[in-house]
Design a protein around this ligand. Structure first.
Ligand code: NAD
Ligand code: ZN
Length: 355
């Protein structure tokens, strides 16, 4: 695997690197395919063209924005487009978008003609600190998240916080949820730092760059130790066992986005950590109050009924990370330390929703 220092490039250095790569490692401009959604087409593509003008002559593949598009049918449409524009094994896909685009584009790159190259240019905060990092690609199967997918390594990654300027606030909160998670599972100092930040630091790109960089390093270090998720990498799933169930269930009902689902998941799973994994009551309260602040700023109110709790449990039972028919959790031991492969009874999961 490539070393991470040579793998992720920031700001101007990144565009120079990309330009050189495209000029020297791709035989023809017609072999470059940029994948965008209709929103990144409007907001992000002009920024990319501003830095690398000759990309205007490359092929563009545009899909609709949103999680609903993250399915195998969209992949088939993209493959047909690649075929139409005579893509071959030397072709390269540039994924310019949030996690939906990098997940779909990475997946298509991994299967088209048994694998072509791709580069991720994440344009959401969640994409920068999470979705575009860690070699997982995939699409949903009906409402089952990321059921079809591959592990596939991009050539490299380009991070430019300038894209965050047009990102709606709720999407910023969504990415921040994963940054808080990185602190909670592996780095108490980073958690403390995240607690101090104000949303308006968006005006200060340097500060964003530093926080994003630190967050990426935390995730990358974990992924490097366990790329195929056999053990340690599972700690990145903290907040996600319940979070993914919430996201799957509420996607159609109130369009709950990934980050908000994960914030709620982390609150419930911290409570379970307190009950059975040694997390202290003071750590639990600190986590709850910090995350609730973030959550209520968004005013994303949600009441979960008993009936819904049972449906959520059913979804969790189908989670592909389960083993021996048991729902698997990653739980905190303290802020900055996390265990994995923890089994939790259905009654305790139910109880967590009622706290
Ligand atoms: N592969 C992984 O390891 C991994 C990890 C975490 C999440 N994910 C996946 O990532 C997805 C969520 O990612 P996301 O939150 O980035 O979703 P997204 O790609 O749907 O982006 C959110 C919204 O922001 C818009 N957008 C993107 N960039 C913008 C910009 N610069 N300005 C304005 N609007 C912009 C998009 O068009 C979309 O409407 C989920 O499908 C999740 O499963 C994957
Ligand atoms: Zn996540």
């Amino acid at each position: 695997m490539k070393k991470r220092e040579e793998f992720i490039y920031f700001n101007d250095v990144a565009y120079n690197m990309l330009k050189n790569y495209l000029l020297h490692k791709v035989d023809s401009i017609k072999n470059i395919f940029i994948l965008v959604d209709d929103i990144t087409f409007t907001h992000c593509l002009p920024i990319l063209f501003h830095h690398i003008n000759f990309l205007k002559k490359s092929n563009l593949i545009k899909i609709k924005s949103g999680e609903k598009e993250k399915n195998i049918y969209t992949c088939v449409k993209i493959c047909k487009n690649l075929e139409k524009f005579k893509a071959n094994r030397k072709s390269l896909i540039l994924n310019l978008g949030g996690g939906v685009i990098t997940d779909i584009g990475g997946f298509v790159a991994s299967i088209f003609k048994r694998g072509i190259r791709f580069i991720n240019i994440p344009t959401t905060l969640l994409g920068m600190v999470d979705a575009a990092i860690g070699y997982k690609t995939g699409v949903n199967l009906d409402s089952i998240k990321n059921e079809i997918g591959t592990f596939y390594v991009p050539e490299f990654l380009i991070i430019d916080p300038i894209f965050l300027k047009t990102l709606p606030k709720k999407e910023i909160f969504s990415g921040m949820a994963e940054m808080f998670k990185h602190g909670l599972i592996a780095d108490k100092n980073f958690w403390k730092k995240m607690n101090q930040i104000q949303i308006d630091i968006i005006k200060n790109e340097n500060e964003w760059s530093q926080l994003i960089h630190k967050s990426i390093l935390i995730k990358q270090k974990i992924v490097d130790k366990d790329p195929k998720e056999k053990g340690l990498r599972k700690i990145l799933n903290f907040g996600h066992t319940i979070g993914h169930a919430l996201e799957s269930y509420f996607m159609d009902i109130n369009k709950m986005i990934h980050g908000i689902a994960v914030i709620m998941g982390m609150i419930y799973e911290s409570w379970i950590s307190y009950k059975i994994n040694g997390l202290s009551i003071s750590d639990y309260k600190e986590i709850r109050s910090t995350l609730y602040k973030l959550y209520t700023i968004e005013n994303h109110k949600n009441h979960i009924s008993n009936l819904e709790i049972n449906k959520l449990l059913l979804i969790m039972e189908h989670d592909k990370k389960n083993e021996k028919n048991k729902i698997q959790f990653s739980l905190l031991k303290e802020i900055g330390k996390c265990s994995y492969n923890c089994q939790v009874s259905s009654s305790l999961i139910k109880e967590s929703f009622l706290t």
